[in-house]
Design a binder for this molecule. Structure first.
Ligand code: PMT
Length: 389
C-alpha cells in the first residue's frame, strides 16, 4: 500500500521513524509529511532516510503552485497521522487547512485516514477533543489508541500514542474484511484430574486460540473465548473469557454458547480420555507394584457442535497430526460436519504446541486449500479469520 505518515508536534513524534520502518518492512511504500512543530521533535534527515523519500512540510516548497497536497492525496492510499495532537484533530474537525499536513488531511477522503492520538490525559478527556474525534469518526476516519501509561508530562493516564506495531497492525486491519456477530473460540489444553494433585494434560499453551480470539475481535466480532488452563491474558474489550479446566467443563461452556454464535473456531487441544474416577485426595503409592489407570472417553465438543449446526453457522476445527496429515484432516472435516479444518503438523519445525509460530493448511468443505508459510500465530490467526469468515 502507498502510505503517508503525517507527524505532528508532540513528544511521541520520536516514534514516527520506527513506525515508518515497520510499515516499510511490511512491504508498504511510505512518504512522510510533518508540521513545523513536529520537526522540533524529529529531524528531516531522519524522516527522509527511513522513508527514502523527500519530506512534505511546506505547502509551496518544490511546487510553486502549492498543489503538492493534491498530487500526494492522489498518490496515497492511506494517511496515518501519528502522533495526532489535539491541535491537528481540532483542525481536521473544523476543516482548517493552514499548513502542509492539515491541507493534505483536508484533501484526503476521511475513510482513508487513520489517526493515532497522543496528548496529556486532561487534554484527551476534554469535551472539545472528544467531540472533534467523534465528528472525524462519523466522517469515516479510523483511530488507534491512545493507550494508558506514563506520559511525557510526568503523569499517568490515557493519552500515550499506540506503539508503532499496533499502528502498523491497524493499517493491516484496514485492508481486511470486517467480521460481525458473535464467534466462539476454544483455546488451550484441558486438564483431566487423576487425584487432588495430578492430572492428564498436554503441551498446548493457548497461544493459537488467544491469537484467533484477538484477530476476530480486531475484525469486529464479539468473541466468546472458552479457555483451558493457561497463563495468557486477553486485552480486547470485545473478548469475553470463560475459564475451564476439564474437557467436560469446556463441553458444557461451548455447547451452551454455540446456539447464540454465528461461528466457532475450536483450537483447543481437548483430552480424548479422562480417568474413570477422580480421587479427591492424593493417591498413595501402593507397595512396589505398578498402577493401572482406567480411562473413559470425553465428549467430542467439535462433533457435537457439528451435529447441531444451523444454516448460516460456520464451524471450523483444527487437526493436529503427525502422519497422513491431509487424509486425517479431511476425514475429520467430513465426520464432524465442519466448514473448514485448519491442519497443523508436528512434522513442521516451528509449528504446533507452545511456540509463537505456526504453519497451517486450511481445508474447506468445498475442496479448496490454502497453505500458509511459517508465520507468527498472530498472522496465522488473521489469515484463518480472513479465510473462514
Ligand atoms: O495452544 P498452542 O500451544 O498455541 O498450540 C496450538 C495447537 C497445536 C493446540 C493448535 O494449533 C491445534 O492444533 N489445536 C487442535 C489440537 C487437537 O486436539 O487436535 P485433534 O486433531 O486432536 O482434534 C481435532 C479437533 O477436534 C480440534 O478442533 C479439537 O479442538 C476438537 N476436539 C477434539 C477432541 C474433543 N474431545 N473435543 C474437541 O472439540
Amino acid at each position: 500500500m502507498r502510505i503517508i505518515v503525517g507527524i505532528t508536534g508532540g513528544i511521541a513524534a520520536y516514534k514516527a521513524p520506527e513506525l515508518v520502518r515497520q510499515l516499510k518492512k511490511r512491504g508498504h511504500e511510505v512518504r512522510c509529511a510533518a508540521t513545523a512543530h513536529a520537526l522540533e521533535f524529529v529531524t528531516r534527515p531522519t524522516l527522509e532516510t527511513v522513508s527514502e523519500a523527500p519530506l512534505y512540510c511546506d505547502l509551496f516548497a518544490g511546487n510553486a503552485h502549492g498543489t503538492e497536497h493534491i498530487s500526494l492525496k492522489d498518490w496515497a492510499e492511506l494517511l496515518v497521522v501519528a502522533p495526532a495532537t489535539a491541535n491537528i484533530i481540532g483542525k481536521a474537525a473544523s476543516g482548517i487547512a493552514d499548513d502542509a499536513l492539515s491541507t493534505l488531511l483536508l484533501a484526503m477522503a476521511p475513510e482513508r485516514v487513520l489517526l493515532a492520538p497522543a496528548m496529556n490525559s486532561q487534554m484527551w478527556a476534554h469535551p472539545a477533543v472528544q467531540r472533534n474525534l467523534q465528528q472525524l469518526k462519523a466522517w469515516g476516519m479510523r483511530t488507534v489508541g491512545p493507550a494508558e501509561g506514563a506520559l511525557a508530562c510526568g503523569t499517568n493516564g490515557p493519552g500515550r500514542m499506540a506503539e508503532p506495531t499496533e499502528i502498523a497492525d491497524a493499517v493491516a486491519n484496514g485492508e481486511r474484511k470486517a467480521v460481525g456477530g458473535k464467534w466462539l473460540v476454544t483455546a488451550g489444553p484441558t486438564y483431566e484430574k487423576i487425584d487432588s494433585v495430578r492430572f492428564i494434560g498436554n503441551y498446548s499453551s493457548g497461544k493459537m486460540g488467544f491469537a484467533l480470539a484477538e484477530a476476530l475481535a480486531e475484525a469486529g466480532a464479539d468473541v466468546e473465548l472458552v479457555s483451558g488452563p493457561t497463563h495468557l491474558t486477553v486485552s480486547h474489550p470485545r473478548i469475553r473469557r470463560t475459564d475451564v479446566e476439564s474437557a467436560r467443563e469446556m463441553y458444557a461452556a461451548a455447547t451452551a454458547l454455540w446456539p447464540t454464535c454465528q461461528g466457532a473456531i475450536l483450537s483447543a487441544a481437548v483430552a480424548d480420555y479422562r480417568p474413570a474416577t477422580q480421587a479427591d485426595h492424593k493417591l498413595k503409592k501402593q507397595g512396589s507394584d505398578g498402577m493401572t489407570l482406567e480411562l473413559v472417553q470425553n465428549p467430542d465438543i467439535l462433533a457435537t457442535l457439528g451435529s447441531s449446526k444451523q444454516t448460516g453457522q460456520r464451524l471450523v476445527g483444527f487437526a493436529l497430526e503427525t502422519n497422513d496429515e491431509l487424509q486425517n484432516a479431511e476425514k475429520k472435516l467430513q465426520r464432524k460436519n465442519l466448514d473448514y479444518i485448519v491442519l497443523n503438523s508436528l512434522r513442521d519445525a516451528g509449528a504446533g504446541f507452545g511456540v509463537d509460530t505456526n504453519k497451517v493448511t486450511i481445508l474447506s468443505a468445498d475442496g479448496s486449500r490454502t497453505e500458509s508459510p511459517l508465520m507468527s500465530k498472530r498472522e496465522i490467526a488473521r489469515l484463518i479469520v480472513q479465510e473462514v469468515t
